[in-house]
Design a protein around this ligand. Structure first.
Ligand SMILES: Cc1ncc(COP(=O)(O)O)c(C=O)c1O
Length: 435
C-alpha cells in the first residue's frame, strides 16, 4: 500500500489529524466501500451525496470505459459531440415543466457560478442591467468559488477570503428548533421566514435585485428541511418583484427527496436549477444548470454568428462525463431510483427518529433519504462530539458525515431496510459511547 501521505493537501479535511490516523478507501461496490486492508464499510452518505445508484454499477462503468476508447475528448466551444445533445434531451424529460435547456459544468460550485452569471446577464440582455444584486440565505452552502461563498452563509467558508462579491445580501435561515424540533418531514412552522425577502426588497429596491438562490433542502449546513409553505412563499415574492429564483439542487437532485428533483417534491418550480453529484452517480465530475426556455431565449438575439453567452469550461460536456451520465440515467430508470426514496422514507424516518431520547441528541430532521441528527455541542469544543461519533462509526464499519454537531445521513438510493437498521444502530451505539 502507498504510505507517504505528506504531499497531498486534502480538501475540507483536518490534514494533521488525518495523517496521524488515515482513513483510506480502496474499492467500492453497491452499498459498500473496502479499505486497503480489506475491511468492509457500509456507505451511509452515498460517497458525498452523489453515488445515488450505489457503487460500481455496470452500465456506468461500461459507458465510461467504452467512451474513453471511442472519443476521449472533444472541444466544447464552437464544436459538439452527439452524447452531449442526447444527454440534454434525456435530462429535460425529467426536469420540472418548462426547464428545458441545459448548460453543462464540471461541479456544483461551477453550476452555481454559471447560474449567478446567467441571472445577472439575463436581466441585462432584457434591458434591466441595473438588476445586479444577488440574494442568498444565512447558513446556505453553494460551493466554494467566490460567487458561491458570497451568496452562501456558512461563516467558516467565508471569513478567511476577504470582501467577496459586492452587492450580495442574505435572507434569514429557516432553522427554528424551538418550534420545529423533531419534525418528521417538513416542519409546520416558518413559512413566514420567506417574508424576510420583502425586508431586503424594501432596503435595496426590487429593481436592483437579479436573483435569489437557496437550497430547497440545506445539506452542508446541517440538514435543514424547508418549512411547509416556505418555498411557495419565496416563489410568490420573487414573481411579484421580477426576481429570478434559483434552486441549488446539487444534493437534492436525482432522487434524493423522493422525486427526481426537490422542486417536484415540494411543488415549486424555480427559474434556474443547479445540479451536479448524482448526474453521473459521482463517477466522473459533472454539473449542469437547468434553465427555463424564456431565459435561454432572451440571450438568442443579435447577429447569429456571435457568441450569446461568454461563459464555459474546457471540460463542459466532457465525453466521459456525458457517457457516465447516460449510463447513470439508464441505471436510475432500470431500478426506479428517482422515486425510490419516497418508498423508503417512512422506514428511514422511523429509524432516524428512534434516536430521539439518546444522550446529547437535541433534534432529528428528515426528508426522503436524508437524515439529520443534531447533537448538543460540548462546551468550548464545537463540532468535536459529532466528529467523534463519525470516527466511532468508521471504526465500526459505517461511513457517515458530520457538519458542525449534526450527523448527516444520505445513503445510496438502492438502500435496503437491513442497511438502514445497521447504519442507525451503529450511530446509536456511537452516540451512547461518546462523552
Ligand atoms: C447545495 C450545494 N451546492 C454546491 C455544492 C458544491 O458542489 P461541488 O463540491 O461539486 O463544487 C454542494 C456540495 O456539497 C452543495 O451541497
Amino acid at each position: 500500500m502507498y504510505q507517504d501521505l505528506d504531499a497531498y493537501w486534502m480538501p475540507f479535511t483536518a490534514n494533521r489529524q488525518f495523517k496521524k490516523a488515515p482513513r483510506l478507501l480502496a474499492r467500492a461496490d453497491g452499498m459498500y466501500f473496502w479499505t486497503p486492508e480489506g475491511r468492509q464499510v457500509l456507505d451511509g452518505v452515498a460517497g458525498l451525496w452523489c453515488v445515488n445508484a450505489g457503487h460500481a454499477r455496470p452500465k456506468i462503468v461500461q459507458a465510461i470505459q467504452q467512451q474513453a476508447a471511442e472519443l476521449d475528448y472533444a472541444p466544447p466551444f464552437q464544436m459538439g459531440h452527439p452524447k452531449a445533445f442526447e444527454l440534454a434531451e434525456r435530462l429535460v424529460k425529467i426536469t420540472p415543466p418548462g426547464m428545458n435547456k441545459v448548460f453543462y459544468t464540471n461541479s456544483g460550485s461551477e453550476s452555481v457560478e454559471t447560474a449567478l452569471k446567467m441571472a445577472i446577464a439575463y436581466h441585462r440582455v432584457r434591458g434591466e442591467g441595473q438588476r445586479t444584486r444577488l440574494i442568498g440565505r444565512e447558513r446556505g452552502y453553494h460551493g466554494v468559488n467566490f460567487g458561491g461563498i458570497s451568496v452562501g452563509g456558512m461563516v467558516a467558508n467565508r471569513k478567511m477570503f476577504g470582501t467577496l462579491l459586492a452587492g450580495v445580501d442574505h435572507i434569514r435561515h429557516t432553522h427554528d428548533p424551538a418550534r420545529n424540533a423533531y419534525s418528521r418531514g417538513q416542519p409546520a412552522h416558518g413559512a413566514e421566514f420567506a417574508d424576510d425577502l420583502e425586508r431586503l426588497i424594501a432596503l435595496h429596491d426590487a429593481s436592483t435585485i437579479a436573483a435569489v438562490i437557496v437550497e430547497p433542502v440545506a445539506g452542508s449546513t446541517g440538514v435543514l428541511i424547508p418549512p411547509q409553505g416556505y418555498l411557495q412563499r419565496l416563489r410568490e415574492i420573487c414573481d411579484k418583484h421580477g426576481i429570478l429564483l434559483i434552486f441549488d439542487e446539487v444534493i437534492t437532485g436525482f432522487g434524493r427527496t423522493g422525486q427526481p428533483f426537490a422542486a417536484q417534491t415540494f411543488g415549486v418550480t424555480p427559474d434556474l436549477m443547479t445540479v451536479a453529484k448524482g448526474i453521473t452517480n459521482g463517477c466522473v465530475p459533472m454539473g449542469a444548470v437547468f434553465v427555463k426556455q424564456a431565459i435561454h431565449d432572451a440571450f438568442m438575439q443579435g447577429p447569429e454568428h456571435l457568441i450569446e453567452f461568454f461563459h464555459g469550461y474546457t471540460y463542459s460536456a466532457h465525453p466521459l462525463a456525458c457517457a457516465a451520465a447516460l449510463g447513470t440515467l439508464d441505471t436510475y430508470a432500470d431500478d426506479g431510483l428517482l422515486t425510490r426514496a419516497s418508498e423508503m422514507q417512512a422506514y428511514f424516518a422511523d429509524a432516524v427518529h428512534s434516536l430521539k431520547g439518546l444522550p446529547h441528541v437535541i433534534d432529528v430532521r428528515n426528508i426522503g433519504l436524508v437524515g439529520g441528527i443534531e447533537l448538543a455541542s460540548r462546551p468550548e469544543e464545537p463540532a468535536k462530539r459529532a466528529f467523534e461519533v463519525f470516527l466511532d462509526c468508521w471504526e465500526h464499519g459505517v461511513l457517515i458525515r458530520t457538519t458542525g454537531d449534526t450527523i448527516a445521513l444520505s445513503p445510496p438510493l438502492i438502500i435496503e431496510k437491513s442497511h438502514i437498521d445497521r447504519i442507525v444502530s451503529t450511530v446509536a451505539d456511537a452516540i451512547r459511547r461518546v462523552r
